[in-house]
Write a protein that binds this ligand. Structure first.
Ligand SMILES: [Zn+2]
Length: 141
């Protein structure tokens, strides 16, 4: 069964804006919300941005912890992560799969020449399960 998520509160636009600003670097951040609802995005520093030939992203675990505490005060959780693939397709890399945390939503944004080309989402339930593509819709207002 395909897992479905919703972009709420303009979160898709905020995400695209951050990714375009980060270009040509790889931008990344946290997806905050409840269950299948992405209520808010939180841009964070990519610890490996600018490293030669970097094809992955790395977020400081302490940052995740702090943002999770802050989100919980607003009744939300960290439900996933997003990052960009500058000038590349929005498909999972080997490293992306390797570091994937089960039950978390992973959004990959393909960006080229400063413009968002493609937004795709991935998910898996257990570390051994095959990664499957998730669906993200915009919240109907
Ligand atoms: Zn990646």
């Amino acid at each position: 069964m395909i897992r479905k998520y919703l972009f709420c509160n303009d979160s898709e636009r905020s995400l695209a804006k951050h990714i375009m600003q980060a270009y040509p670097e790889e931008g990344c951040g946290l997806l905050l919300g409840r269950a299948d609802r992405i209520e808010k995005i939180k841009p964070v520093e990519n610890m490996v941005a600018g490293e030669n030939g970097s094809t992955y992203f790395k977020i400081d675990p302490l940052t995740v912890y702090k943002e999770e505490c802050a989100a919980q005060k607003e009744g939300m959780d960290v439900i996933g992560f997003y990052h960009s693939h500058p000038d590349k397709r929005a498909v999972m890399s080997k490293a992306d799969e390797e570091y994937m945390i089960p039950e978390m939503l992973y959004i990959i944004v393909s960006v080229s020449l400063g413009k968002v080309r493609e937004i795709r989402a991935y998910h898996r339930k257990t570390p051994d399960e095959k990664v499957t593509e998730a669906e993200i819709a915009k919240e109907a207002i």
